[in-house]
Structure formats: structure tokens, C-alpha cells
Design a binder for this molecule. Structure first.
Ligand code: S3P
Length: 168
């Protein structure tokens, strides 16, 4: 099987599903947040405060162009669809899976995730998080070749669904 790119909002499960898909398919996993953190040598939160979001987005685009050539399970960052250039790159890929999650569940997951500090969510109210999510929904949808609902589903169930559907 060739590579699969996972897209979706923060908290949609891109990293977890990516790990399981990698185990299941035997392909390597590439996780954007890990790659970027390694490259910038600091946390994403610190990078946002020091250099700003536009500088972060430039790094993200470069890493996207580099990684899309690889046969791997690629877990992108939630903001990858913001730039038109990135959406164009994604549209050239045969398997881009949008992990679609109910906003209420996303908010619960994000608020319970103390390990992963996300600057665009930190200290935000649910309404503010929704205001970040909603304008992105059409971008996720237009960039995906497959939309998979993840709300109330176990990770193994989601992985099985992706494998069946991308193999079709
Ligand atoms: C972001 C998502 C994060 C990370 C950064 C910005 C976003 O990745 O790239 O905090 O704009 O949605 P995850 O989706 O892996 O949390």
C-alpha cells in the first residue's frame, strides 16, 4: 500500500490513528509536530510566541512538500489546510483522509490534553475554539479523498474503516 495522509482539526486523533495505521500497514509514520519540533529546537508554543504563526506556517509548507514524496503514514498538523498552496499539494495525493470529529468531542479532548500544549487552543473558551475550527471545515473537506467520521468510534474501528476504504 502506498502512503496515506491524515488531516483534521487538533484533537481529531491524527497521531494516534497514524501510529496504528503504521503498525497495521508496515509503513513508517511521519508526524508533523515531531518533525517540526525537532527542526525548530523548541516547543511549538515557544516558536509561536517568538517567531509568530506565519513563520511556523512556512516551515509546515516546506515539510509538507518534502514528506509528500514519501511512502508513509503522514500525520499532519491541524492547520495544514489553511494555505492554498498546501491544499494544492494535498490535492495531488491519492489518499488524503479527513478525520472528522464532532466539535463538542474535539473540545472535550483538547481540554483534557495537558501533555500537548497548542497555542491556538491554550486559554481559549469552547466558543473561541469553535471559531478556529469552523472556517477550516470546507478546507478539510475539499482537500480529502476520503472523509471518516471518528466521533464515538474506537481507534481500531477507525483504522479498519480507513484500510477497507482506501483499498477499494
Ligand atoms: C495547529 C495544530 C497543531 C500544531 C500547531 C497548530 C493548528 O497540530 O501544528 O499547534 O493550527 O491546528 P495538531 O493538529 O497535531 O495538534
Amino acid at each position: 500500500m502506498n502512503g496515506i495522509v491524515l488531516i483534521g482539526f487538533m484533537g481529531a486523533g491524527k497521531t494516534t490513528i497514524g501510529q496504528l495505521l503504521a503498525e497495521e500497514t508496515g509503513l513508517p509514520q511521519i508526524d508533523f509536530d515531531d518533525l517540526i519540533t525537532e527542526e525548530i529546537g523548541m516547543s511549538i508554543q515557544d516558536y509561536f510566541s517568538i517567531h509568530g504563526e506565519p513563520a511556523f506556517r512556512e516551515i509546515e509548507t516546506r515539510i509538507l512538500a518534502e514528506t509528500l514524496t514519501k511512502s508513509a503514514i503522514i500525520s499532519t498538523g491541524g492547520g495544514i489546510v489553511l494555505k492554498e498552496e498546501n491544499r494544492g499539494l494535498l490535492k495531488e495525493m491519492p489518499r488524503v483522509v479527513y478525520l472528522k470529529t464532532d466539535p463538542a468531542e474535539l473540545i472535550t479532548r483538547l481540554q483534557g490534553d495537558a501533555e500537548n500544549i497548542r497555542p491556538l487552543v491554550l486559554s481559549k473558551t469552547p466558543a473561541e475554539i469553535l471559531a478556529v475550527y469552523q472556517p477550516r471545515i470546507p478546507f478539510y473537506e475539499e482537500s480529502a479523498t476520503l472523509v471518516v467520521e471518528t466521533t464515538n468510534k474506537a481507534p481500531q474501528e477507525i483504522v479498519a474503516e480507513i484500510i477497507t476504504k482506501v483499498g477499494e
